[in-house]
Unconditional design. Structure first.
Length: 256
C-alpha cells in the first residue's frame, strides 16, 4: 500500500485533471491508472450508468486504448453493487452466485479475486469501478482507499461532464450568433436596396432602368412589404422573368 500523502496527491491530481480534460475517456484512463498504483490488479473496468437506456457503459484499457461497450443492468455482481450501492469483495468469485464470468469476468480467463466499488456523488450513483484478480490482500484499509478514489472519481467525472457541456453550449451560442449576424447583414443590405429602389421609382410607381445595384430578392421583398400590385419584370440576355403581385402577395410567376 502507498502512504497517505501519496494517495492524497493522486486524488488531487485526478480532481485537477477534471477541470481541463476535453474527453472523459482520458479521465477514466487516469482513474484506472491511479487504482493500479494504489491496489495492483490484473484487469479493471469502469462502468458509467446510462439511466435512460438502463445500461452500463463499460470502459476498459486494451492495448494502450480505452475501449467501451454496453451491457444491460440486471445480472452479475456489478448489477448487485448498482442496486445496493455497496462495495462488494469476493475472495473466491466463482463460489458466489452473484458473480457472472460472462458479465463480471469477461476480461480475464481465471478469477482469483473480485472487487466492485460504487462511484457516488451526493447520493447519486454515477457508476462503478471493478477490479479483477488483486495482487495484494484486500482489507479494510484497501476498501477505504478505493472508496476514497471512487468518491473523488465521481466528482471528477461530473466536473468533466459539466466542462464538456459548457464547451458545447459556448460552441452552439457562437454558431447561433454567427448565423444571426449573417441574417442581420442580409436584412441591412435588403433595407439599403429597398431605399435605393424607392428613390428610382417614378411618380407612377414604375421602377426601370439600370438596376444592377439591386438583388431580385431585395426588390421582391420591397414590393411585398409595400403591398404593391403589379408586375416585376427581370431581364438578362435572353432570359426573362415576370413576378406578379397583388396586395403585396406573389400570386403568379413566369420564367422563360
Amino acid at each position: 500500500m502507498l502512504n497517505h500523502s501519496l494517495e492524497l496527491k493522486y486524488l488531487l491530481d485526478l480532481l485537477n485533471l477534471s477541470f481541463s480534460v476535453q474527453q472523459i475517456e482520458k479521465l477514466l484512463s487516469q482513474v484506472i491508472q491511479i487504482a493500479h498504483q494504489l491496489i495492483p490488479f490484473e484487469k479493471a473496468f469502469i462502468g458509467l450508468i446510462d439511466i435512460a437506456a438502463h445500461e452500463l457503459v463499460i470502459y476498459f484499457p486494451e492495448e494502450k486504448e480505452l475501449i467501451h461497450q454496453r451491457m444491460m443492468i440486471g445480472d452479475g455482481a456489478v448489477s448487485w453493487v448498482i442496486q445496493k450501492g455497496e462495495t462488494l469483495f469476493l475472495a473466491h468469485p466463482l463460489e458466489d452466485p452473484r458473480f457472472s464470468p460472462e458479465i463480471d469476468g469477461f476480461l480475464v480467463q481465471k478469477y482469483t479475486s473480485y472487487v466492485c466499488v460504487p462511484m457516488q456523488r451526493e447520493g447519486r450513483l454515477l457508476g462503478v469501478l471493478q477490479l479483477l484478480n488483486l495482487e495484494k490482500r484486500f482489507d479494510d484499509s484497501a476498501s477505504t482507499t478505493l472508496q476514497s478514489l471512487t468518491s473523488v472519481a465521481a466528482v471528477a467525472i461530473e466536473n468533466a461532464r459539466l466542462h464538456q457541456l459548457y464547451n458545447q453550449t459556448i460552441y452552439h451560442l457562437q454558431e447561433q450568433n454567427f448565423r444571426l449576424n449573417l441574417v442581420l447583414q442580409q436584412l441591412d443590405q435588403t433595407s439599403q436596396d429597398s431605399f435605393k429602389a424607392k428613390k428610382k421609382m417614378s411618380k407612377e410607381d414604375e421602377l426601370a432602368g439600370d438596376l444592377d445595384a439591386f438583388s431580385a430578392a431585395a426588390l421582391i421583398q420591397m414590393l411585398t412589404h409595400e403591398n404593391k400590385m403589379g408586375v416585376l419584370i427581370l431581364k438578362y440576355n435572353h432570359w426573362k422573368g415576370q413576378v406578379f403581385f397583388k396586395q403585396g402577395r406573389i400570386y403568379h410567376a413566369e420564367i422563360g
